[in-house]
Structures are given as structure tokens and as C-alpha cells.
Design a protein around this ligand. Sequence first.
Ligand code: SF4
Length: 373
Amino acid sequence: MKYLDEFSNPDLARRLVEEIHAVTTRPWAMMEVCGGQTHSIIRHGIDQLLPDGVEMIHGPGCPVCVTPLEIIDKALAIAEKPGVIFCSFGDMLRVPGSSKDLFSIKSAGGDVRVVYSPLDALKLARDNPDRQVVFFGIGFETTAPANAMTVYQAKKQGIKNFSLLVSHVLVPPAMAAIMDSPKCRVQAFLAAGHVCCVMGTSEYPAIVDKYQVPVVITGFEPLDILEGIRRTVIQLESGRAELENAYTRAVPAEGNLPAMEMLRDVFEVTDRTWRGIGEIPLSGWKLSSRYADYDAETRFSVTDIHTAESALCRSGEVLQGLIKPHECAAFGKECTPRNPLGATMVSSEGACAAYFTYRRLELMEPEPAGASR
Ligand code: SF4
């Protein structure tokens, strides 16, 4: 398949791995920011091909994983209200809130629907003027433009029974927060190519300069990631800290200007809580005052719901790269994709789910014969 097969070529991958080995003289720890990159790294065993001591730390770039429990509880509270059609992408339906998930509300008779675009939810609102239709708008800079466009269209078309439950987060402030942590082990970043497709590259020089870390923008195919690692190791070995764009086939430096203009119109920057990490100043978007009428939190009076995270799950440490998923005692035992305790196991992009899918047989002790769960 064009743009996929040629970026999985095993001969080229072998050559890149050899080049990484040739330039590496000592241990380095770099973070791939995006969950899609984590999934690709674990799926293809890329981390196992690297020189000893070159470590991939799996970052917080999975939108489902970082959506706070509190927002999920707000979604559940709204979805349970009579007359509401609650719309979401499918991956949020199994994310556990503090006592249930959207699937359980659906099975109890709630009108929870999976849609493939926020515009599908807007159409539902247009077709059901006597119902309230809510779309669960989560994710990074990648999903935000479509949600912004939907709210813009709702206002333009005078559709008043539509609202957005907003939990959008921004990648560069999270990278800065990771670097500010006293426990930080990150020496370089592979930045998320799809975020940069929308936002361009202009936010990264400040991070490079302030923290003196290389930032290399990469894609998601094996060769993209290996090339990103190769460039990163070369910078680290030579003592340089620069921004490099290794994903030029998709990322223009200026980003997607119409999308950015839409985002600036519909959203404004706000403090956001990231699941497992906590509040990061100016790390998310909320609806701007021009579109405040479309805010589901205020429309359904759920702003006062506050929920503490579970003490058992260590996904916060996973998201900050402080432990690997299998170092959590619940990994593969109490916590599996069928019965997830934390968001990093629910989403297929989550680091715990990636380790469970591709590594559990080699990472977990076999159970004694006759043992049952
Ligand atoms: S394995 Fe499960 S309980 Fe442990 S950190 Fe991952 S999601 Fe949380």
C-alpha cells in the first residue's frame, strides 16, 4: 500500500538499525510522545533492536489514556440523563469511570451511540430536534479541528440542541511538564507527526532551547521511527539539541493554517488535568466565550463532579515513563484489555495494552499448572 509498504521495508530497516548501532557509544533515554508510535515500536519490536542502553520511554500521547476520570464521570452523568443522545468514538465506551462505563449505561437503556465523526452527531441533532445531542470531544491537536468545525457549524446552522463535552489537551505543554519533573529521565523526544501536521513546528524551538533536548518529529511506520531514533542518537552523541523534521512528507513547518484558524476561533487555551499526571497549566482547550452556549458541562450542570483517580493503577507512572507496564503488579492479572483497571489498558494505543498484546508471553511468569483466575 502506497506510503505504508515502503516505510516497512525490512532491508532499509536493517540498515537504519545498523546505523543506530554504529553511532551509539553510551546509554540514552528518549521518549516517543505519541501512543501510535508506542504501539508501532512494541508491535514491530523496534525497542528490542536498539543498542543496549538506548531506551524508549513511552509518553503520554494516547488521548483515551490521558482523559481524566473526572471527565469520564461527567460523560456518564450526562449520558444517563433522559432525552440525551450521547455520541462518542468507540474507544471511549469501555473506559471505566469510577463505577461504570458508557457501555453499561447503553446496556441499561441509555442512548449512547458510536459515531465516526462529530459531524454525524450534529446530523443526529438536526434530525432529532426534541432531543439533546452531546459529542464527547477528547484528544490532542489532531482531533480538535473537526470538533471545532462541528461547533462552528452548529452555531452557523442555528442547531441549539447540540453540545460538546470538551477534554482537549495539547502536546507541547505536556512535554515541558515532563521535563520539569524532578524524576524526569527523558534526554530527547520523538515528537508526534500527526500533531505537527495540524500545528506545524513553531512550538518546539522553545522546548529545545529551554531544556536543551533534541526534538525530532517522526511518523508512525517502522522506518519513520527508526529514522527518528537515528537522528536523535546522532544529536545526543554530538551534544547538539535541535529541532528536526523527519516527517516532511506530511508535516509542513507552518502546519494546517485553516485548521489552526478554526481552532483559534472556537477554542481558547486553559489549564487541563491529565489522567495520571495531574494538572498542567495551559495544556488544553475549552470552548471560547463565543461558543460557550455549546458547552455540555454547563448545559447539563456537571461542572461540580470531582473524582479522585484509583490508587491501585500505576498508569500515571507509565505515562511519565517512570515504569514499564509490566512493572505494575496488576499487569495481565487483575488488569487486562477485557477487564482494564486503567486507561492505558483500555485504549489500543495505551502502553499497557500494547505490552499486553505483543509482550505478555515473554514478560509474565507462566502460571502454575492448575491455577485459575
Ligand atoms: S497494567 Fe493496568 S493497573 Fe497497571 S498501570 Fe497499566 S492500566 Fe494501570
